[in-house]
Write a protein that binds this ligand. Structure first.
Ligand SMILES: [Zn+2]
Length: 412
């Protein structure tokens, strides 16, 4: 059952299944990369390097076939998520304005499916590029270690190679398939996608809601308020906003009255505050939402805020929010260690050298320990905060919505 309200929780819920499908695909691609990197590793460093250089085209083919396998699921979930977003938008308009004209969701969905195609292309290129970087970095690390002595036994070379491989897989692989922002910040592809999916659904639902409202001649929107609002959103919350093209949407007898109100109260356009630099209601984890209101409601703003339950909420909310963010952080740690655990096991399976195998298995055991530790942290957190619920899907490496957006963007 989807929550029928415009809130970060709603977008998280709507994006859950879709994020899961992207995650499934990404986890499979990472596993393939890790396994591919072990090819030839029992034959000494130089022979391994020679073999690895020939693997680029194989990586490309493998990525394409993994994408092909997951594409239909992703497109299906895309469709589902945006149809639900449309339902939420329509329900809100109906609740506030008494009726809601049908919105054609098809054009929104078609755009998103086209965008998916772009992402598949990006992902393929990024993985081929990552493969080269990964091989070269691993080789450089191994060679550096080997520069200390003239000759090494094959056993020793295998050991050196696996050491280097572990380091690059642990530290670099997911970053290599990541996205770099203009400010230089790097995030993994997985976090990027989850954040993007969630904010996209939010943006589209806002567009759908505006579309339905303005067909009813409603051009004013009221932004809700929070006591623990982010500082930079504080001056913008609890205010009335108007659509940029409101003049084309209202009957001519209202023009003077509306113009007068807009000028006297210095009402800004909805478009101007939704975009850069304010991003009110559109930045990930922002809880600000816009409710369509009539002109009468706009002129009685403070009463309307109270009547519609949109006025400032207190500290209790902030504590709740922080506890849930803590839970998300523990879930992220669990997923990270599960991925590392899987990668180490893939490497352990491929190696002939018993000593290396043992070391990898010990490392796997260590990661298991971290996983248990964070699971315990979650249990304690939940015991102290009864309103939180365990979500095993979030801790599962193959079935999770990782909420990394929370880390990247401040709340608002
Ligand atoms: Zn905000």
């Amino acid at each position: 059952m989807v929550k029928k309200e415009f809130s970060p929780e709603t977008w998280e819920e709507l994006s859950h299944d879709l994020s899961e499908k992207w995650n499934d695909m990404q986890d499979e691609i990472i596993g393939m990369q890790v396994e591919n990197l072990t090819k030839g590793a029992n034959n000494g460093v130089d022979k391994w390097y020679e073999k690895q250089l020939k693997q680029n085209r194989i990586v490309e083919k493998s990525v394409l076939s993994i994408i092909k396998k997951h594409k239909d699921d992703i497109d299906f979930e895309t469709d589902k998520a945006y149809l639900k977003a449309n339902e939420v938008a329509q329900d809100l308009v109906k609740e506030r304005l008494g009726e809601a004209p049908d919105i054609d969701a098809t054009k929104f969905i078609e755009n998103k499916i086209e965008e998916n195609e772009e992402v598949y292309k990006y992902l393929t290129l990024a993985n081929v590029k990552a493969k080269t970087l990964l091989v070269n970095k691993t080789y450089a690390l191994a060679k550096l270690k080997m520069s200390k002595r003239i000759s090494w036994t094959l056993e020793e070379e295998t050991k050196i190679l696996y050491d280097a491989m572990e380091r690059t897989v642990d530290n670099d692989l997911s970053k290599m398939i990541g996205v770099t922002y203009k400010n230089g910040r790097q995030i993994t592809f997985r976090s990027y996608m989850e954040m993007r999916i969630r904010t996209d659904i939010n943006h589209v639902a806002i567009d759908m809601m505006e579309d339905a409202s303005n067909r009813l001649g409603v051009v004013f929107f009221l932004c809700n308020q929070f006591g623990d609002c982010a500082d930079d959103h504080r001056p913008y919350q609890g205010k009335v906003y108007v659509l940029e093209n409101w003049r084309n949407l209202v009957s001519s007898d209202k023009l003077d009255e509306y113009t007068d109100y807009i000028q006297k109260n210095n009402i800004q356009t909805l478009e101007s505050i939704k975009g850069a630099p304010v991003y009110l209601g559109t930045r990930p984890n922002c809880r600000h939402t816009f409710t369509p209101i009539t002109f009468e409601q706009a002129t009685n703003k403070n009463q309307t805020l109270k009547d519609l339950g949109l006025s400032a909420k207190g500290k209790a909310n902030k504590e709740k929010y922080e506890a849930s963010q803590k839970q998300r952080a523990y879930e992220r740690a669990i997923r990270d260690y599960k991925l590392k655990y899987n990668n180490v096991l893939i490497q352990a399976r491929s190696v002939n050298n018993d000593e290396v195998k043992l070391k990898l298995l010990e490392k796997a055991k260590k990661y298991r320990g971290y996983i248990s530790y964070f699971q315990k942290q979650i249990r304690e957190l939940l015991a102290n905060n009864s309103y939180l619920a365990r979500d095993y899907a979030r801790e599962n490496i193959n079935k999770a919505t990782y909420d990394l957006g929370a880390n990247y963007n401040k709340k608002g």
